[in-house]
Design a protein around this ligand. Structure first.
Ligand code: 5GP
Ligand code: ZN
Length: 114
């Protein structure tokens, strides 16, 4: 989608430090990391967020979930642990309206989050 930052990163119109990509999904480093490992995982398809998911998106979401372990291994947080977060809407602080999952690790992560 035009004017969507993450669509533009997926299309390589905006630079991103891509760490994984295939036909359906993309993973890249967050520009403002909250942990030593902070990767964003997105579908290439523009989906505004969790609340916009449709039945037809089941497969892509499943594929994204299967990618978390792959990325965690690559960044050496598979054993020590990591967290996956998806913010939805203003109270959760969703800033980019393209579905994305944060994978965070490389330090102890406090719980509950603020
Ligand atoms: P949200 O708050 O929507 O869940 O997360 C959006 C994330 O996108 C934030 O963690 C923010 O740092 C990241 N971000 C915003 N702009 C860019 C950018 O241009 N490039 C990259 N790699 N990450 C970005
Ligand atoms: Zn988009």
């Amino acid at each position: 989608m035009k004017n969507c930052l993450f669509c533009q990163i997926a299309a390589k119109e905006v630079p991103g430090e891509i760490v994984y990509e295939d036909d359906d999904i993309l993973a890249f480093k967050d520009i403002n990391p909250m942990a030593p490992v902070h990767i964003l995982i997105i579908p290439r398809k523009h989906i505004s967020g969790i609340t916009s998911l449709k039945e037809e998106d089941k497969e892509i979401v499943g594929k994204i979930y299967l990618t978390f372990s792959k990325i965690a291994r690559e960044f050496s947080v598979y054993q020590c642990g990591f967290r996956v977060i998806a913010n939805s809407g203003p109270d959760a602080g969703q800033a980019v309206d393209h579905l994305h999952f944060h994978l965070l690790g490389g330090r102890t992560l406090s719980w509950p989050p603020g």
